[in-house]
Write a protein that binds this ligand. Structure first.
Ligand SMILES: [Zn+2]
Length: 103
């Protein structure tokens, strides 16, 4: 099927372009002096079991999830204004001291 062969050639060409773009982006981001805006809260959604039931027999009993629910995992992100690089972190540290008038 020449139509299929054309699609394979087109796909391979797109793959090459994609690889080339990936390399260019990595290089440009590596050389960027980065200008990050303030980080924003950007939680990761985790699928966690919402319940368990025990399955198996005798000494070979193990818990099996009966369902799943989405749960926010605290995470922050920032994206460079110049190169679009996005960084993620799961940790926080104090970044600012403010005058304390005791109130
Ligand atoms: Zn940058």
């Amino acid at each position: 099927m020449s139509g299929t062969i054309n699609k394979i050639q087109e796909r391979d060409e797109l793959k090459r372009q994609l690889e080339s773009l990936d390399n260019q982006i990595v290089n440009e981001q590596k050389n960027c002096s980065h200008d990050f805006p303030p980080a924003k809260y950007d939680p990761e959604i985790e699928r966690v079991p919402s319940g368990y039931k025990m399955e198996g027999h005798g000494s070979d009993v193990y818990p099996v999830a009966t369902g799943y629910m989405d749960k926010d995992k605290p995470r922050w992100s920032r994206t460079c204004k110049k190169c679009g690089k996005t960084e993620y972190t799961y940790t926080q540290k104090p970044t600012e001291y403010k005058p304390d008038f005791g109130k």
